[in-house]
Design a binder for this molecule. Structure first.
Ligand code: 1CP
Length: 368
Protein backbone atom coordinates (compact mmCIF):
# COMPACT_ATOMS: atom_id res chain seq x y z
CA UNK A 1 0.00 0.00 0.00
CA UNK A 2 1.18 3.49 -0.80
CA UNK A 3 2.27 5.37 2.32
CA UNK A 4 0.10 8.18 3.74
CA UNK A 5 1.59 11.57 4.53
CA UNK A 6 0.69 14.79 6.36
CA UNK A 7 -1.32 17.37 4.38
CA UNK A 8 0.72 19.97 2.50
CA UNK A 9 1.33 23.33 4.18
CA UNK A 10 3.06 24.73 1.10
CA UNK A 11 2.14 23.36 -2.32
CA UNK A 12 3.17 26.44 -4.30
CA UNK A 13 5.52 24.42 -6.49
CA UNK A 14 2.83 21.93 -7.45
CA UNK A 15 0.24 24.61 -8.20
CA UNK A 16 2.72 26.55 -10.31
CA UNK A 17 3.78 23.42 -12.19
CA UNK A 18 0.13 22.76 -13.01
CA UNK A 19 -0.06 26.21 -14.61
CA UNK A 20 -2.16 27.87 -11.91
CA UNK A 21 -2.00 31.55 -10.96
CA UNK A 22 -0.02 31.88 -7.72
CA UNK A 23 0.68 34.49 -5.06
CA UNK A 24 4.43 34.42 -5.74
CA UNK A 25 6.83 32.12 -7.62
CA UNK A 26 8.10 29.00 -5.84
CA UNK A 27 11.87 28.76 -5.46
CA UNK A 28 14.49 26.11 -4.91
CA UNK A 29 17.94 25.42 -6.41
CA UNK A 30 19.39 22.40 -8.12
CA UNK A 31 21.99 20.63 -5.95
CA UNK A 32 20.69 22.52 -2.94
CA UNK A 33 21.78 19.67 -0.66
CA UNK A 34 25.50 19.65 -1.20
CA UNK A 35 29.02 20.75 -0.71
CA UNK A 36 28.50 24.50 -0.18
CA UNK A 37 26.72 23.70 3.12
CA UNK A 38 28.95 23.17 6.19
CA UNK A 39 26.25 20.94 7.69
CA UNK A 40 26.53 18.68 4.61
CA UNK A 41 30.22 18.02 5.32
CA UNK A 42 29.42 17.47 8.96
CA UNK A 43 26.66 14.93 8.33
CA UNK A 44 28.50 13.19 5.49
CA UNK A 45 31.76 12.94 7.45
CA UNK A 46 33.92 10.25 5.95
CA UNK A 47 31.01 8.24 4.60
CA UNK A 48 31.33 7.21 1.00
CA UNK A 49 29.01 9.26 -1.24
CA UNK A 50 27.00 6.29 -2.52
CA UNK A 51 26.81 4.85 1.00
CA UNK A 52 25.02 8.11 1.94
CA UNK A 53 22.61 7.62 -0.96
CA UNK A 54 21.96 4.05 0.18
CA UNK A 55 21.22 5.06 3.76
CA UNK A 56 17.64 6.39 3.96
CA UNK A 57 18.52 8.02 7.29
CA UNK A 58 21.55 9.93 5.92
CA UNK A 59 19.92 10.72 2.56
CA UNK A 60 16.84 12.16 4.26
CA UNK A 61 18.97 14.16 6.70
CA UNK A 62 20.94 15.70 3.81
CA UNK A 63 17.74 16.40 1.83
CA UNK A 64 16.30 18.33 4.77
CA UNK A 65 19.35 20.48 5.48
CA UNK A 66 18.52 23.28 3.01
CA UNK A 67 14.83 23.07 4.00
CA UNK A 68 15.71 23.72 7.65
CA UNK A 69 18.32 26.38 6.90
CA UNK A 70 16.13 28.33 4.45
CA UNK A 71 12.79 27.69 6.17
CA UNK A 72 10.14 30.13 4.96
CA UNK A 73 12.14 30.91 1.81
CA UNK A 74 12.54 27.60 0.02
CA UNK A 75 9.58 25.83 -1.58
CA UNK A 76 10.83 22.36 -2.56
CA UNK A 77 13.03 19.51 -1.41
CA UNK A 78 14.81 17.19 -3.85
CA UNK A 79 15.76 13.74 -2.70
CA UNK A 80 19.47 13.31 -2.02
CA UNK A 81 20.71 10.75 -4.52
CA UNK A 82 22.51 10.75 -7.86
CA UNK A 83 21.70 10.20 -11.51
CA UNK A 84 24.29 7.39 -11.62
CA UNK A 85 22.26 4.97 -9.53
CA UNK A 86 20.65 3.76 -12.77
CA UNK A 87 23.95 2.63 -14.35
CA UNK A 88 24.69 0.95 -11.02
CA UNK A 89 21.34 -0.84 -11.14
CA UNK A 90 22.25 -1.92 -14.69
CA UNK A 91 25.25 -3.72 -13.26
CA UNK A 92 27.98 -1.14 -13.81
CA UNK A 93 30.40 -0.21 -11.08
CA UNK A 94 30.51 3.50 -10.21
CA UNK A 95 32.61 5.04 -7.46
CA UNK A 96 32.68 8.64 -6.28
CA UNK A 97 36.20 9.97 -6.09
CA UNK A 98 36.53 12.69 -3.47
CA UNK A 99 36.83 16.18 -5.01
CA UNK A 100 36.90 14.68 -8.52
CA UNK A 101 33.48 13.22 -9.17
CA UNK A 102 32.08 9.94 -10.44
CA UNK A 103 34.32 7.25 -11.91
CA UNK A 104 33.42 4.03 -13.75
CA UNK A 105 36.39 1.63 -13.52
CA UNK A 106 35.03 -0.30 -16.53
CA UNK A 107 33.16 1.97 -18.93
CA UNK A 108 31.57 0.51 -22.08
CA UNK A 109 34.28 0.62 -24.75
CA UNK A 110 32.59 -0.52 -27.99
CA UNK A 111 29.50 -2.56 -28.92
CA UNK A 112 31.86 -5.57 -29.12
CA UNK A 113 32.65 -5.16 -25.43
CA UNK A 114 30.86 -8.17 -23.82
CA UNK A 115 29.70 -5.78 -21.13
CA UNK A 116 27.54 -3.94 -23.70
CA UNK A 117 25.54 -7.09 -24.39
CA UNK A 118 25.30 -7.89 -20.70
CA UNK A 119 24.02 -4.41 -19.88
CA UNK A 120 21.47 -4.55 -22.72
CA UNK A 121 20.24 -8.05 -21.97
CA UNK A 122 20.22 -7.89 -18.20
CA UNK A 123 16.72 -7.84 -16.73
CA UNK A 124 16.97 -5.05 -14.18
CA UNK A 125 14.68 -5.33 -11.19
CA UNK A 126 14.25 -1.57 -10.65
CA UNK A 127 12.07 -2.15 -7.61
CA UNK A 128 14.64 -4.25 -5.81
CA UNK A 129 17.88 -2.67 -7.01
CA UNK A 130 16.83 0.87 -6.10
CA UNK A 131 14.68 0.06 -3.06
CA UNK A 132 16.92 2.25 -0.94
CA UNK A 133 15.90 5.34 -2.95
CA UNK A 134 12.19 4.64 -2.42
CA UNK A 135 12.80 4.11 1.29
CA UNK A 136 14.69 7.41 1.48
CA UNK A 137 11.83 9.17 -0.30
CA UNK A 138 9.19 7.77 2.07
CA UNK A 139 11.25 8.63 5.14
CA UNK A 140 11.94 12.14 3.81
CA UNK A 141 8.22 12.75 3.16
CA UNK A 142 7.53 11.70 6.73
CA UNK A 143 10.22 14.00 8.10
CA UNK A 144 9.02 16.88 5.91
CA UNK A 145 5.54 16.64 7.44
CA UNK A 146 4.05 18.60 4.53
CA UNK A 147 6.38 21.61 4.84
CA UNK A 148 7.26 21.60 1.11
CA UNK A 149 6.80 19.11 -1.76
CA UNK A 150 9.45 16.47 -2.43
CA UNK A 151 10.93 16.07 -5.91
CA UNK A 152 12.21 12.82 -7.33
CA UNK A 153 14.58 12.71 -10.29
CA UNK A 154 16.62 10.66 -12.72
CA UNK A 155 19.29 11.25 -15.34
CA UNK A 156 18.22 11.40 -18.97
CA UNK A 157 19.23 8.56 -21.30
CA UNK A 158 21.73 10.65 -23.31
CA UNK A 159 23.51 11.98 -20.20
CA UNK A 160 23.65 8.51 -18.66
CA UNK A 161 25.03 7.03 -21.88
CA UNK A 162 27.79 9.67 -21.77
CA UNK A 163 28.82 8.57 -18.28
CA UNK A 164 28.57 4.88 -19.13
CA UNK A 165 30.91 5.15 -22.10
CA UNK A 166 33.18 7.99 -20.91
CA UNK A 167 33.58 6.52 -17.44
CA UNK A 168 33.11 9.90 -15.76
CA UNK A 169 32.83 13.57 -16.49
CA UNK A 170 34.45 14.64 -19.74
CA UNK A 171 35.72 17.70 -21.58
CA UNK A 172 35.84 16.37 -25.16
CA UNK A 173 33.30 13.53 -25.13
CA UNK A 174 35.52 11.53 -27.45
CA UNK A 175 33.93 8.22 -26.53
CA UNK A 176 30.34 9.47 -26.35
CA UNK A 177 30.74 11.05 -29.80
CA UNK A 178 32.33 7.89 -31.14
CA UNK A 179 29.33 5.92 -29.91
CA UNK A 180 26.64 8.13 -31.40
CA UNK A 181 28.39 8.80 -34.71
CA UNK A 182 30.00 5.40 -35.30
CA UNK A 183 27.61 3.08 -33.45
CA UNK A 184 24.30 4.92 -33.83
CA UNK A 185 22.17 1.77 -33.87
CA UNK A 186 23.81 0.29 -30.80
CA UNK A 187 23.63 3.67 -29.02
CA UNK A 188 19.89 3.86 -29.69
CA UNK A 189 19.37 0.40 -28.23
CA UNK A 190 21.13 1.46 -25.07
CA UNK A 191 19.26 4.78 -24.90
CA UNK A 192 15.94 2.96 -25.23
CA UNK A 193 16.85 0.50 -22.50
CA UNK A 194 17.79 3.37 -20.18
CA UNK A 195 14.56 5.26 -21.03
CA UNK A 196 12.45 2.23 -20.07
CA UNK A 197 14.29 1.89 -16.76
CA UNK A 198 13.82 5.63 -16.11
CA UNK A 199 10.04 5.29 -16.48
CA UNK A 200 9.84 2.46 -13.97
CA UNK A 201 12.29 4.15 -11.60
CA UNK A 202 10.39 7.45 -11.62
CA UNK A 203 7.03 5.69 -11.23
CA UNK A 204 8.30 3.86 -8.15
CA UNK A 205 9.65 7.12 -6.72
CA UNK A 206 6.12 8.54 -7.01
CA UNK A 207 4.65 5.44 -5.35
CA UNK A 208 7.11 6.03 -2.49
CA UNK A 209 6.05 9.67 -2.10
CA UNK A 210 7.75 11.88 -4.72
CA UNK A 211 5.27 14.60 -5.69
CA UNK A 212 6.94 15.85 -8.85
CA UNK A 213 9.87 14.57 -10.89
CA UNK A 214 12.73 16.08 -12.87
CA UNK A 215 14.77 14.52 -15.67
CA UNK A 216 18.34 15.89 -15.83
CA UNK A 217 19.90 15.94 -19.30
CA UNK A 218 23.03 17.69 -18.11
CA UNK A 219 25.08 16.98 -21.24
CA UNK A 220 22.40 17.80 -23.82
CA UNK A 221 24.42 20.81 -24.96
CA UNK A 222 27.14 18.52 -26.29
CA UNK A 223 24.82 17.52 -29.13
CA UNK A 224 24.10 19.60 -32.23
CA UNK A 225 20.48 20.62 -32.86
CA UNK A 226 20.05 17.76 -35.33
CA UNK A 227 21.79 15.11 -33.22
CA UNK A 228 19.77 16.24 -30.18
CA UNK A 229 16.64 15.33 -32.16
CA UNK A 230 18.02 11.82 -32.76
CA UNK A 231 19.86 10.92 -29.55
CA UNK A 232 18.24 12.96 -26.78
CA UNK A 233 14.75 14.24 -27.56
CA UNK A 234 13.04 10.93 -28.49
CA UNK A 235 14.15 9.38 -25.21
CA UNK A 236 13.14 12.39 -23.13
CA UNK A 237 9.81 12.18 -24.91
CA UNK A 238 9.52 8.46 -24.27
CA UNK A 239 9.79 9.10 -20.53
CA UNK A 240 7.17 11.88 -20.57
CA UNK A 241 4.82 9.82 -22.74
CA UNK A 242 5.04 6.63 -20.72
CA UNK A 243 5.35 7.75 -17.10
CA UNK A 244 1.73 8.99 -16.82
CA UNK A 245 0.41 5.66 -18.17
CA UNK A 246 2.58 3.69 -15.81
CA UNK A 247 1.42 5.82 -12.86
CA UNK A 248 -2.23 5.26 -13.76
CA UNK A 249 -1.52 1.54 -14.04
CA UNK A 250 -0.10 1.62 -10.52
CA UNK A 251 -3.15 3.52 -9.25
CA UNK A 252 -1.15 6.69 -8.63
CA UNK A 253 -1.91 10.29 -9.49
CA UNK A 254 -0.01 11.69 -12.45
CA UNK A 255 2.60 14.15 -11.13
CA UNK A 256 4.07 17.21 -12.88
CA UNK A 257 7.24 16.47 -14.84
CA UNK A 258 10.21 18.78 -15.49
CA UNK A 259 12.85 18.36 -18.16
CA UNK A 260 16.19 20.11 -17.83
CA UNK A 261 18.26 19.81 -21.00
CA UNK A 262 21.31 21.89 -20.19
CA UNK A 263 22.85 23.68 -23.14
CA UNK A 264 20.07 22.74 -25.58
CA UNK A 265 18.87 26.32 -26.02
CA UNK A 266 17.99 25.50 -29.63
CA UNK A 267 15.47 22.89 -28.49
CA UNK A 268 13.18 25.09 -26.40
CA UNK A 269 10.29 24.91 -28.87
CA UNK A 270 10.66 21.16 -29.28
CA UNK A 271 10.71 20.69 -25.52
CA UNK A 272 7.61 22.89 -25.24
CA UNK A 273 5.88 20.43 -27.58
CA UNK A 274 6.49 17.44 -25.28
CA UNK A 275 4.37 16.25 -22.38
CA UNK A 276 6.64 17.81 -19.75
CA UNK A 277 4.77 20.58 -17.99
CA UNK A 278 7.92 22.37 -16.81
CA UNK A 279 10.98 23.18 -18.92
CA UNK A 280 14.16 23.93 -16.97
CA UNK A 281 16.42 26.59 -18.46
CA UNK A 282 20.12 27.21 -18.07
CA UNK A 283 21.51 30.75 -18.06
CA UNK A 284 22.14 30.86 -21.81
CA UNK A 285 18.49 31.77 -22.29
CA UNK A 286 17.17 35.30 -22.18
CA UNK A 287 14.28 34.99 -19.69
CA UNK A 288 11.88 37.27 -21.56
CA UNK A 289 12.41 35.54 -24.91
CA UNK A 290 12.03 32.07 -23.43
CA UNK A 291 9.00 33.18 -21.41
CA UNK A 292 7.13 34.39 -24.48
CA UNK A 293 7.78 31.07 -26.28
CA UNK A 294 6.70 29.00 -23.28
CA UNK A 295 3.61 31.10 -22.57
CA UNK A 296 2.39 30.55 -26.10
CA UNK A 297 2.71 26.78 -25.57
CA UNK A 298 1.17 26.76 -22.09
CA UNK A 299 4.39 25.58 -20.43
CA UNK A 300 5.96 26.59 -17.14
CA UNK A 301 9.65 27.56 -17.04
CA UNK A 302 12.21 26.92 -14.31
CA UNK A 303 15.50 28.75 -13.85
CA UNK A 304 17.72 30.41 -14.77
CA UNK A 305 20.27 32.60 -12.99
CA UNK A 306 23.93 31.86 -13.71
CA UNK A 307 25.06 29.88 -10.62
CA UNK A 308 28.29 31.90 -10.88
CA UNK A 309 26.49 35.06 -9.77
CA UNK A 310 26.55 33.61 -6.25
CA UNK A 311 30.30 34.32 -6.25
CA UNK A 312 29.65 37.95 -7.17
CA UNK A 313 28.35 39.32 -3.87
CA UNK A 314 25.01 40.71 -2.83
CA UNK A 315 24.79 43.62 -5.26
CA UNK A 316 25.41 41.43 -8.29
CA UNK A 317 22.88 38.88 -7.00
CA UNK A 318 20.24 41.59 -6.54
CA UNK A 319 20.74 42.87 -10.09
CA UNK A 320 20.48 39.39 -11.64
CA UNK A 321 17.36 38.57 -9.61
CA UNK A 322 15.65 41.80 -10.68
CA UNK A 323 16.34 41.11 -14.35
CA UNK A 324 15.21 37.49 -13.98
CA UNK A 325 11.94 38.36 -12.19
CA UNK A 326 11.08 40.98 -14.81
CA UNK A 327 11.97 38.62 -17.66
CA UNK A 328 9.71 35.89 -16.31
CA UNK A 329 6.76 38.25 -16.11
CA UNK A 330 6.81 38.97 -12.38
CA UNK A 331 6.31 35.40 -11.24
CA UNK A 332 2.57 35.19 -10.69
CA UNK A 333 2.22 32.38 -13.22
CA UNK A 334 4.41 30.09 -15.28
CA UNK A 335 7.73 30.42 -13.47
CA UNK A 336 9.65 28.43 -10.86
CA UNK A 337 12.65 30.43 -9.65
CA UNK A 338 15.93 28.52 -9.69
CA UNK A 339 19.52 28.74 -10.85
CA UNK A 340 20.41 27.75 -14.40
CA UNK A 341 22.37 24.73 -13.11
CA UNK A 342 23.38 23.25 -9.76
CA UNK A 343 24.78 25.43 -7.00
CA UNK A 344 28.56 25.04 -6.86
CA UNK A 345 30.94 24.42 -3.94
CA UNK A 346 32.43 27.41 -2.06
CA UNK A 347 29.29 29.54 -2.41
CA UNK A 348 28.59 31.32 0.88
CA UNK A 349 25.23 29.94 2.10
CA UNK A 350 24.25 33.49 3.12
CA UNK A 351 24.58 34.58 -0.49
CA UNK A 352 22.07 31.91 -1.48
CA UNK A 353 19.80 33.27 1.28
CA UNK A 354 20.16 36.70 -0.30
CA UNK A 355 19.21 35.24 -3.70
CA UNK A 356 16.02 33.76 -2.21
CA UNK A 357 15.22 36.90 -0.22
CA UNK A 358 15.61 39.10 -3.25
CA UNK A 359 13.22 36.92 -5.24
CA UNK A 360 10.73 37.27 -2.38
CA UNK A 361 11.27 41.03 -2.25
CA UNK A 362 10.65 41.44 -5.95
CA UNK A 363 7.62 39.17 -6.12
CA UNK A 364 5.78 39.25 -2.80
CA UNK A 365 5.65 42.91 -1.85
CA UNK A 366 7.47 43.85 1.34
CA UNK A 367 8.00 40.34 2.70
CA UNK A 368 11.49 40.20 4.29
O1 1CP B 1 20.40 18.59 -3.78
C1 1CP B 1 20.22 17.99 -4.84
O2 1CP B 1 20.09 18.55 -5.95
C2 1CP B 1 19.99 16.50 -4.80
C3 1CP B 1 21.08 15.70 -5.04
C4 1CP B 1 21.76 15.50 -6.38
C5 1CP B 1 21.29 15.54 -7.70
C6 1CP B 1 19.94 16.00 -8.18
C7 1CP B 1 23.09 15.07 -6.43
C8 1CP B 1 23.96 14.89 -5.26
N1 1CP B 1 23.41 14.77 -7.73
C9 1CP B 1 22.34 15.07 -8.53
C10 1CP B 1 22.22 14.89 -9.97
C11 1CP B 1 23.45 14.74 -10.78
N2 1CP B 1 24.56 13.99 -10.53
C12 1CP B 1 23.60 15.32 -12.06
C13 1CP B 1 22.54 16.12 -12.75
C14 1CP B 1 22.51 17.51 -12.27
C15 1CP B 1 23.67 18.36 -12.68
O3 1CP B 1 23.93 18.45 -13.90
O4 1CP B 1 24.27 18.96 -11.80
C16 1CP B 1 24.86 14.94 -12.55
C17 1CP B 1 25.48 15.32 -13.88
C18 1CP B 1 25.46 14.09 -11.57
C19 1CP B 1 26.76 13.42 -11.66
C20 1CP B 1 27.62 13.86 -10.55
N3 1CP B 1 27.50 13.40 -9.29
C21 1CP B 1 28.62 14.86 -10.55
C22 1CP B 1 29.01 15.67 -11.75
C23 1CP B 1 30.39 15.30 -12.18
C24 1CP B 1 30.70 15.78 -13.56
O5 1CP B 1 30.68 14.93 -14.43
O6 1CP B 1 30.91 16.98 -13.73
C25 1CP B 1 29.14 14.95 -9.26
C26 1CP B 1 30.25 15.83 -8.75
C27 1CP B 1 28.40 14.04 -8.47
C28 1CP B 1 28.54 13.84 -7.01
C29 1CP B 1 27.48 14.46 -6.22
N4 1CP B 1 26.12 14.23 -6.42
C30 1CP B 1 25.41 14.93 -5.46
C31 1CP B 1 26.36 15.60 -4.62
C32 1CP B 1 26.02 16.43 -3.43
C33 1CP B 1 27.64 15.31 -5.11
C34 1CP B 1 28.97 15.76 -4.54
C35 1CP B 1 29.50 14.68 -3.67
C36 1CP B 1 30.59 15.12 -2.77
O7 1CP B 1 31.70 15.33 -3.28
O8 1CP B 1 30.35 15.21 -1.56
Amino acid sequence: MAPKFAPMQNDLLLRTARGEKVERPPMWVMRQAGRYLPEYHEAKGNHDFFACCRSPEIASTLTLQPIDRYAGLIDAAIIFSDILVIPQAMGMEVVMVDKKGPHFPHPLSTPEDPQYREVLEREVDVKKELAYVYEAITLTRQKLGGRVPLLGFCGAPWTLLCYMVEGGGSKMYVRAKTWVYKYAKESKRLLQKIAELCVEYLALQVVAGAQMIQVFDSWAGELSPSSFKVFALPYLQYIADHLPDRLRELGEEVVPMTVFAKGAWYALEDLCNTNYSVIGLDWLHDPAEAFSIAQAKGKVLQGNADPGVLYGGKEAISAVVKEMVEGFGGGKQGWIANLGHGITPFVDPDDLRHFFQEIHNHTAGDRK
